[in-house]
Design a protein around this ligand. Structure first.
Ligand code: PEP
Ligand code: MG
Length: 856
């Protein structure tokens, strides 16, 4: 039978061996051969050829071996290695006639061991004979102690007889027959129903192709320095040049079976614990030198760091496979940058090689991958990084501990404005309730503080001062715990940590990202400290400064409360006059830090009742500060209470109802900008942003007042003011009416936290309770507060962008919800033609890389 010419292809003809025809291993070996690595000669059988074999077709005619006594092996080469498949069969070609030559080459005992292995493998694969019978036979003849040549000979002879009894035929005494039997068995095995199901479970198609490689065998059991091993020349944790791998003297395979303790000797000088053999470098330095060279050559030629599988036959190196080098998240950055700097890949390719989320590992302390983990519970991975500290249940305790230099993890049911200072003092936060955009999550990400939220399996027993797991294990207040905000886990004790590392390769990669991207990356920063972090992460400005955080300082809160509870316009103005210089000072500091860059200040947003006193103590304190009866404070608080504050008097509604607040904020912004720009070479351009808009008239009203404040400040100061005014698109109505809004706005910034909440009708603060179940059940592909729901929320954004730009072609578009740091959402914004995304300072590097990838 004639085979198509591509059914049989020599490995030495590169280009003819293709992964989609012959499988990925064959393709890799062909490439290594072309690069000049010492790959033993062989032949690749295509998927078609292997399918024919399964259907009963004959074995193709193979080219002759380089020497008649060379043994062969048969290795599987599926389209994708991840699909699994049969394991390789070695030592094909030992026959009664040739065994003497093999014995002469490697010794009688060694040669007979290979023969024994071949007989039992062949019996199993071709006839399904249980290997136990052969093992028992060998055990009987050989007995305990070292193996003797004559006993070994007797064993293989007895095995041949057993084979004939079990199968009613003689063991094939010809290399070609052995090869054909095993190749057909592998082909049939690949087609079996169980193998097809397994393949599908591993993400491959049931019909996926299997190629086979017939290859001359490099004998790891030869005299001299012989064996099998693997090597990579980059450190799997850091990506720095180093030698990593193992060598198994006298073995034929580099990989030990799972569960086996045999890990081989080190490659480079040094000793492995419990192993007294010298390293390969000491046994055969030339071999190690050659291997390093080959690994370097492969990296350069393939454009990626690889792990080479090799065989040493009396010191001579054969390369039998290569796979991408093992690497952790940090190493992936260093490897990509080094490859680009050596010209093995372009900078663009390097940028595409690194998963943006992997940068998290660089930015925050992480639990060492090799450390033992005593996990007690979990929740949403709300803010990455890991932190260890003593468990405290109140913000006060966190602050007290911090004053004494003690690290704490603040554990709360959920956090609120009163916990802001506690969160600043703690090393990490754990909340029982809450979702990805809950107070704790948003604030923690902003602070770069590790956080796990919505850990609803854990019960916080405040009376008993303890945390209880579902299986009734108990951690008492003061216990040392660790939270892993990257994985969303709570651990007992203090596992070993790895410190953050922002310099070196990461800095270089991010420089390349900046050169490649055409989407701005701004930061969400509320305080001068956050702004400094954001600037150090090289953002392009601030896309969101939430001014409410500036009012939660206790001293300011009292004044704010006085303002809200004021009875007369005069009283209100007096309180605002006190707040003005405080706000102005904040803005001056932020503007100075962000010189030369745009800064978007959002006017006050949270529900009014968040500022009101909550308990008796607070009410009395306020009453005495204001010199009014406590009853009056209580009555006013009752009056202002809302059933659903999230949808009540917040955002622009507050600005319309109490215009003095926004006027004061606008004045503070403008006065600060003029003061800072007076002596600055790089002027800052404030962008005033109105939150939670849903109607044109809201913007018109507020804009009118802000423009009036701007004119007044210009007149008072005798300086021209440059600023822009825009709105947040956070309600579905604002998205649909974006055309109207664009007429009175210079920019639209999508607040996708609220926009997601309002599009789904899903409370951002309560979603954590069922989000994990929803994602597990496939209701949502992912948490929509974490990665943008492109189908729903995304469509609203596209509608808004189109309608807005149709009415105002110069309209700037940005996104400032938590999605601004999510790579898939960043890509969406780039494709939608946005000008920028804005995210927490610690996610700026991730967004810079994601923006570059979306641009390339
Ligand atoms: C938003 O809603 O997306 C937003 C940025 O505002 P906040 O999270 O402060 O409501
Ligand atoms: Mg919002």
């Amino acid at each position: 039978i004639q085979f198509a010419p591509d059914a049989v292809v020599g490995l030495d003809r590169d280009g003819a061996v293709r992964a989609e025809v012959h499988g990925s291993r064959a393709h890799m070996l062909a490439r290594l051969t072309t690069l000049g690595l010492p790959v033993p000669p062989g032949v690749a059988l295509s998927f078609d050829c292997v399918r024919h074999l399964a259907e009963g077709g004959p074995m193709p005619k193979l080219p002759p071996r380089s020497a008649p006594d060379r043994l062969l092996c048969l290795r599987p080469s599926p389209r994708d290695r991840a699909w699994g498949g049969p394991s390789a069969t070695l030592n094909i070609g030992i026959t009664a006639r040739d065994i003497a030559a093999v014995e002469a080459a490697i010794g009688v005992v060694e040669a007979r061991e290979l023969y024994a292995r071949l007989i039992s493998t062949y019996a199993l694969m071709v006839h399904g004979v249980d290997p136990e019978g052969f093992e028992a036979l060998a055990h009987r003849i050989l007995g305990p102690g070292p193996r003797q040549p004559e006993a070994m000979r007797a064993t293989t002879e007895a095995m041949l007889r057993l084979y004939a009894e079990e199968t009613d035929e003689e063991f094939p005494d010809d290399a070609a027959d052995q090869l054909e039997g095993i190749a057909r068995a592998m082909a049939l095995d690949w087609d079996r129903a169980s193998a097809r199901i397994l393949r599908q479970a591993k993400g491959g198609p049931a019909e996926g192709g299997l190629g086979l490689i017939v290859q001359e065998l490099a004998l790891g059991v030869a005299p001299g320095v012989s064996g099998a091993g693997h090597i990579q020349i980059v450190d799997p944790r850091t990506g720095a040049p180093s030698v990593d791998g193992a060598f198994l003297p006298g073995k034929q395979r580099a990989v030990t079976r799972p569960g086996s303790r045999r890990t081989g000797v080190l490659l480079a000088r040094g000793r492995r614990e419990g192993c007294d053999q010298p390293a390969l470098e000491e046994m055969c330095p030339e071999a190690l030198e050659a291997l390093r060279g080959y690994a370097g050559q492969a990296a350069q030629g393939l454009g990626d760091a690889v792990q080479l599988y090799f065989i040493l036959e009396n010191g001579a190196v054969s390369v039998v496979d290569a796979v991408p080098a093992r690497r952790g998240a940090r190493a992936s950055v260093r490897i990509a940058v080094d490859l680009a700097n050596r010209g093995a890949i372009t900078r663009e390719q390097a940028l595409l090689r690194v998963e943006p989320r992997n940068l998290i590992e660089h930015l925050h302390p992480q639990i060492d991958a090799s450390a033992a983990r005593d996990v007690w519970g979990g929740g949403l991975a709300a803010s990455p990084g890991a932190a260890t500290g003593y468990m405290v249940f109140t913000s006060e305790a966190a602050m007290q501990a911090a004053a004494q230099g003690e690290d704490t993890i603040l554990v709360r049911l959920e956090t609120g404005p009163e916990d802001v200072r506690g969160m600043h003092a703690a090393k990490g936060v754990l909340t029982i309730r809450g979702g990805m955009t809950s107070h704790a999550a948003v604030l923690a990400r902003g602070l770069g503080l590790p956080a796990v939220v919505g850990a609803s399996d854990l019960r916080l027993d405040l009376e008993g001062r303890r945390l209880v797991t579902p299986d009734a294990r108990v951690l008492h207040e003061g216990a040392l715990i660790t939270i892993d905000g990257t994985r969303g886990e709570v651990l007992a004790g203090a596992p070993r940590m790895v410190a953050p590392d922002l310099g070196g390769a990461l800095a270089e990669l991010l420089d390349w990202a900046d050169a490649a991207r055409d989407l701005g990356v701004r930061a969400n920063a509320d305080t001068p400290a956050d702004s400094r972090v954001a600037r150090d992460f090289r953002c392009d400005g601030l896309g969101l400064c939430r001014t409410e955080h500036m009012f939660f300082d206790p001293a300011r809160l009292t004044v704010m409360r006085e303002m809200i509870l004021a009875d007369t316009p005069e009283e209100r103005r007096a309180a605002l006059d006190l707040l003005l210089p405080m706000q102005r000072a904040d803005f001056e500091e932020i503007f100075s830090i962000m010189r030369g860059m745009p800064v978007t200040i959002r006017l006050l947003d949270p529900p009014l009742n968040e500022f009101l006193p909550h308990d008796e103590d607070e009410m009395e304190h306020l009453a005495s500060a204001m010199g009014i009866p406590a009853g009056q404070v209580k009555a006013r608080a009752r009056e202002l209470a809302e059933v659903n504050p999230m949808l009540g008097m917040r955002g622009v509604r507050l600005g319309v109802a109490l215009p003095e607040i926004y006027e004061m904020q606008a004045r503070a912004i403008f006065e600060a900008a003029i003061a800072v720009n007076r002596d600055a070479r790089d002027p800052v351009v404030p962008e005033v942003m109105i939150p939670l808009v849903s109607a044109y008239r809201e913007v018109e009203l507020v804009k009118h007042r802000i423009d009036a404040v701007a004119r007044a400040v210009e007149e008072e100061q005798g300086e021209k003011l440059d600023f822009s005014l825009g709105v947040m698109v956070e309600t579905p109505r604002a998205a649909l009416r974006a055309g109207d809004l664009a007429e009175v706005s210079e920019f639209l910034s999508f607040g996708t936290n609220d926009l997601t909440q309002m599009t789904y009708g899903l409370s951002r603060d309560d979603a954590g309770r069922f989000m994990r179940d929803y994602v597990r059940e496939g209701v949502f592909p992912e948490d929509p507060f974490h990665t943008l729901d492109i189908e729903g929320v995304g469509e609203l954004m596209l509608i808004a962008a189109r309608r807005g730009r149709a009415r105002n072609p110069n309209l700037k578009l940005g996104l400032c919800g938590e999605h601004g740091g999510d790579p898939a959402s960043v890509r969406f914004c780039r494709l939608a033609g946005f000008d920028y995304v804005s995210c927490s300072p610690f996610r700026v590097p991730i967004a810079r890389l994601a923006a570059a990838q979306a641009t390339i």
